[in-house]
Write a protein that binds this ligand. Sequence first.
Ligand SMILES: [Zn+2]
Length: 127
Amino acid sequence: MLFNGSKGGSIYSAPALESAMNKQEELKIESYEIVSNLLVIKWNDGQERYISFPTLREACPCAFCVVDVKDAHGNIHVMVSHTRTEASYQLIEITNVGHYALQPKWGDKHYTGIYRYELLRTLGDKG
Ligand SMILES: [Zn+2]
């Protein structure tokens, strides 16, 4: 997705670059920090992305926050079920889960959301 723009008629057809792109280097977080109400993530491809706490919290993938509801047509709708308060958007701390995810702890003591790197990267793309 990231390299769509350079596909095809690119003049930069250096073999080294091509192989680096094809390899699909595993997405990793080099470092992260909390700056005011933003989670700042430095990725191993040199990108730096910011995710606001509300964006992060609303994307909580845990079973308490997300309920898949199937309608009559068999389409799945994702519903947010967990009640939010102001404290819900205060990030208390964030911890590493293995080498694939981060687990934030929120002001309302909610901490069951495990955010995989792929998800965090998507959130960061939204700005
Ligand atoms: Zn949750």
